[in-house]
Design a binder for this molecule. Sequence first.
Ligand code: F6R
Length: 622
Amino acid sequence: MCGIVGYTGNRQAAPILLDGLARLEYRGYDSAGLAVRDGDASVRVVKTKGRLRLLAEKTDDGRTLVGTVGIGHTRWATHGEPSELNAHPHVSGNIMDNGVTTDDSEVVGVHNGIIENFAELKTKLISNKYTFYSETDTEVAIKMVDYYYKKYKVGPIDALSKTMVRMRGSYALAVMFKDYPGEIYVARKDAPLIVGVTEGEGFVASDVPALLKYTRQVYYIDNLEMARIVPGEVTFYDLNGDTVKKESTTITWDVEAAEKGGYEHFMIKEIHEQPRALMDTFNSLVKEQKIDLTGAGLDDETIRGIERIHIVACGSAWHVGMASQYVIEDIANIPVRTELASEFRYRKLLLKPSDLVIIISQSGETADSLEALREAKAMGIRTLAIVNVVGSSIAREADNVIYTIAGPEIAVATTKAYSTQLLTMYLLTVQFAFVRGVIDEEQYQYYLSEIKTIPSKVERILENKERLQWFAAKFSAEKDAFFIGRGLDYAICLEGSLKMKEISYIHSEAYAAGELKHGTISLIEPGTLVIGVLTQKHLMEKTVSNLAECKSRGAYLMGLTSNGNYSLEDTADFTFYVPRVDEHFMGSLTVIPLQLMGYYLSISRGLDADKPRNLAKSVTVE
Ligand code: F6R
């Protein structure tokens, strides 16, 4: 997600920080900032919305920010829109009128991750006379450190550890204290942070590319650890404040590999980021075992008043809608129609004031989805956007917004955005069902606990990926493939088929299994690959029969099902099992092997999985 850099040594810090941030630019960001200290003078903070170039211009390439210690940050918005005020670094004191220079701040810091209980901590700080200038959870974290630092009159490490004990969520924090010039303190939980030390210098970064120019020897900070960095030296601490011994690791990757975290492509990196992205999205919407949609402006009365839902989107986001319609109708009893935005915007819309239009979009900029949103709004229909990019056009124009916390997605073919959109739709469904009295507290808690297991089950599937790699290599010369399933499984087939065709260029089609014999079955020849997705108990036997029909015409069958649910093995030539979760949510698990298969097919055909031909990440034309 966001990028962190830090430097302490004998050179001017700002140009080094700007250079480090530039090396993290590939991760995506919407604003950036630097904090630099000159000896024991007050820290100076400069921030901008937009590109790093603007930050460089504002500081004359770092020359106007004099000082040999500093921290820098590129922000990808999660709490609060992209703006100069919300950009990091944040300070414990008050923001000055002349931009963001501060002279009364004890603590200044940058943060990656999400502080889940930031609202509760903010209330505590406000009651202790702290004021806030931004909407960020980071400002809360920095002020929390300041609070403990002053209240207990302890050193930076103790103030940090007390804050860590109070904070829930994920964080990589880099902080400077007014009383400790020349020093940087860092803390970490579930967000990457590394330290490099050279003769007379110390470096901090959220990611390897920012450090490679200076050193290949890096220290990985582990969960719930802290470190103090001074020129030429680093000391590590555990949560009790005891020192920890740590060995450095030699980085052998080149810059390009480092940007991808050692993976060959962003797509496979993003596939592996899914457990984290799913957990972050879950935690952003579920507080103390309750789904909280108030941040999105969806109160109970509004939810009760909804009579029909229209889900409108493009591509994979539309596939999320296709899967969600089964889930919403089954769990919440609300009629749903899922439509392609490019169709919705030009047809006669028979919408009613009690309808809800849900627009799903990773980028928040897809032209057809944006126009569909405007059409619905013009008719006075409530619109809810499910978007990954904070402050994007769809997010700004919709009546209500829920953000997925997938982080920047760089590969053109979506993976983690799709998965977080689907999980968001589950939570929306369960909340709608509960508020409308369709499910009781026990069912509500059951569904919530099932959804919560998805990230770790995705992790388990990823551990098994070699079998799919082998399978993809075997079928890399394939010309056609068919995906078949019924109900929810059909919706997942749509996504599996798109993943395969868009990056491997193998022609593939997804069919509702019962539809094959109405025409398509004539395309099945000896050796044609047919992939069956079978997770819905009441439909399994029927899909197995449809697979058998293909087999008797010579097809090679792959079956994708859940552990212990049903044995496909007699019929299929190759069966892949995923763990089990409540049937409504199985799509979140079956889609993972299909993403992996698309990816492995693409690389076994020697293609660039990140940049498929003719495709753009954000489609801003109709
Ligand atoms: C496929 C893919 C596209 C997008 C579609 C919508 O892998 O990524 O089909 O899902 O272009 O884009 P967003 O979600 O940005 O509106």
